[in-house]
Write a protein that binds this ligand. Sequence first.
Ligand SMILES: [Zn+2]
Length: 125
Amino acid sequence: MHEYPVTVRIVEIASETAEKNRGRVRRIDLVVGEDSGFIGESIQMYFDAVAEGTPCEGATLVIEGVRPKLRCEICGKLFERKRYSFQCPHCGGDGEPTGIGKEFYVKSVELEIEDEFVKTEETVS
Ligand SMILES: [Zn+2]
């Protein structure tokens, strides 16, 4: 259930951006790695309720999932982690964890300002 506070934070970030530009939020693109510790579906579920009454109300939340990848110790190739297996599909070596799949950030916030569209980049901190 820790997606609730993080959803609040996302709405705050996007709303601040909207207020600075005197606009409304039209769309938020969020990147959520499968190993980030957050579940995109839960954020999606909370979003409409949290956004109500803020400049994010009615905005579309688009969640981009990232599958975790391992890097092979032997051949150095990146490959998608399979359940119960860390084995490299190219050479059979052992895969080491990488940062891929741990991402969690707001990729972009699209605003509606009268008739023009502005896109900004913000990071969740
Ligand atoms: Zn390999």
